[in-house]
Design a protein around this ligand. Structure first.
Ligand SMILES: [Ca+2]
Length: 110
C-alpha cells in the first residue's frame, strides 16, 4: 500500500489484530517509535526520502494515533527522537539520503 501506515495491535501472546490504516508520508521508507511530546505514550515517526518529509503521528491514551503532522526534511530516510540538546525537550533526528547528513530539529515539545 502506498502512503499508508499499518498498525497491527498486539494481543499480548505474539499474535496481532487486523491492521488499522493511517494516511502518512508519500512513499514511506521507514518507521520508528519515540515519545516525541513527552506524555509517556509512544508516538510514531514515518520517513519518506522521496517525499522529503517525516510524518509524526502522536499516540493517544486510547491506543490510537492522531492525524499526521508532516515536517519537511530533504531525503528523510530514518528518524528518531532524543533530547540531544539537554534542554528537557525531545529533538528530532533525521538521517538524510540526499545530502549525507543528519538533520536535527530542536524540540519545542514538553
Ligand atoms: Ca507521546
Amino acid at each position: 500500500m502506498t502512503d499508508t501506515l499499518e498498525v497491527y495491535a498486539g494481543n499480548g501472546d505474539g499474535t496481532f489484530q487486523d491492521p488499522v490504516d493511517h494516511t502518512t508520508s508519500v512513499l514511506p521508507v521507514s518507521v520508528n517509535s519515540a515519545d516525541v511530546n513527552g506524555d509517556g505514550i509512544p508516538d510514531v515517526l514515518v520517513s519518506s526520502d522521496n517525499g522529503n518529509s517525516v510524518s509524526v503521528h502522536t499516540g493517544t491514551s486510547g491506543g490510537s494515533l492522531s492525524e499526521l503532522t508532516e515536517l519537511s526534511a530533504d531525503g528523510a530516510y530514518e528518524a528518531t527522537a532524543a533530547d540531544v540538546t539537554s534542554d528537557g525537550t525531545k529533538d528530532l533526528l533525521v538521517a538524510s539520503s540526499s545530502d549525507d547528513a543528519v538533520d536535527v530539529f530542536t524540540g519545542s515539545c514538553s
